[in-house]
Design a protein around this ligand. Sequence first.
Ligand code: GCB
Length: 615
Amino acid sequence: MDRRFITGTLALLVGCGWVGQAQSGTTVLVNADHRAAQSLNGDWHYIVDPYDGGLYNFHREIRKDGFFLNGVPETGSNGLLEYDFSKSPTLKVPGDWNMQNESLFHYEGLLWYQRDFAYQLIADHKTFLHIGAANYKLIAWVNGEQVCRHEGGFTDFDCDVSTSIHGGKNFIVIAVDNTRLANGVPTLNMDWWNYGGLTRDVSLIDVPGTYIDDYDLHLSRERTAIEGSVHVQNAVAGEAVSVSLPELSRSVSVGLGTDGRASFSLSSSGVALWTPEQPRLYKVHLETGKDALDDTMGFRTIEVRGTDILLNGKPVFLRGISIHAEAPYRSGRANSQQDADTLLGWAKELGCNYVRLAHYPHDERMTRTADRLGLLVWSEIPVYWAEDFANPVVLAKAQQQLSEEIRRDRNKVSVILWSLANETPLSPERTTFLKTLAADVRSLDSTRLVTAALLVRSKGHDKYVDDPLGESLDVIGMNEYIGWYEGTPQDADSTHWHIAYQKPVIVSEFGADAKAGLHGAATERWTEEYQASIFRHQLPMLAKIPQFRGLSPWILMDFRSPMRQLPGIQDGFNRKGLISDQGQKKQAFFVLQSTYKEWEAEAAAKKNLYTEGDH
Ligand code: GCB
């Protein structure tokens, strides 16, 4: 087992509810989206099971004859079977259930999915069930045998189904439960819709018996080499693995250690560095024994020097926007290439070179597309608001999600920041918890920066950023809502910032709700004018903060949240989008766009301060 990755059984989860057993049987196949796969997307039968009756008997013991057996009711005296998938309705996968059936709009609980599929076995191969995301908990069975359980609604994972699957006809049953949990990550309340189900792609991935499951390729700090390591599962020590960049006719072959891992280094001379202006990607080929895999990667460095963020050794200013994984135009979880193209296309139109993917890992298409479009990325896990920070079970869950997120995306050139948490209340336990995560990030990926979205302390017009967690961060993220949750937009003009750290600061959120098409005076809340006014007062204020190195206002597009009930205005949506859920741009979009244009031009003029670097 690759020890650098926290996978397999998460022993701490034992006895924590639903079915009272540990998470088990999952790994993350790196670059899974470039492997040949048999899609299991499409129509799945489903049964809504709010009392978990398909899993437990009347004394709440786990049933031996649960719905996972996919029984077929017989007629006559043998006919006592109280479910039948084949006669049950269907849901589309991928897709949250909330947006597919009105009666499931608010549903939180257990839902069973089932489908049949045909499969052709390949001798000496292994088969993985790939789940792009299942919110929030999942148990999967193939042909009645349990293959894995997983907790965490936003990360990809792979279950080894090799011993359960067979040639010809098979069936699969998946139980997904999106009940919010006090010890879950996220916890009980959050400002987004708790979309349930198999929200991203599901497929079967076939690999040879000895296969590349993980690798980490990056440009060295000195920018002289492409270095890293490859891990091959089930390998014999000494077996060779090769890494090549065909476009540069460069390759290296190394022998695997007893841990199945090999480190390598290749000269990077002639490699065009990746920048937002020239997001050059290269084909990378990896090969060992019978397994071969292609990736598309860019190369750059990211570091902090004093209060600057350096991209390829040159200061960069991050003109960003926050984005939820909310599907444009149709609502629900974003999960298609079209969704990624629309959301990131709007970010480009706004003049961004950077996006904050809030508040959890997004579909892999988002980071792939950001690689291609030249958008730098802040990626985060849903450690959000008031978690039970003293609880080791919660820590283990956060660690699991963090390691899955990093393992999937550490070869994505766009990702520069791993964020630990958002607006968590101060306490010694919380700071210890988050410092543990910061140390985890650094041991899993020492090539990127660690951040978190911190809260700000206020005394009148004085604002203090002095959260003790700041000591453990490379970049300070901070959220503030001057003019919306406090005071008026004009208050920004007389606000003084006191930032305790000589580190780069990213203003990870500010904003205001506006209903698209609602017009009025700039003093009238909920109007486009009021929201635009907030941006007009915020941007000059922020520009005066000496350590100000980037921003991601809240938020690109309106998104569903049950916290937002104001009739006629919110109607179940957080309206802080610069664009409505139906794609209408609000005035604030254009205010930010023109400021980004100005800042980009200024940066180009005085390269010494805010530039994205040469290429
Ligand atoms: C925040 C949260 C974000 C909310 C936003 C709001 O501070 O980080 O998740 O959606 O404020 O609109 O209140």
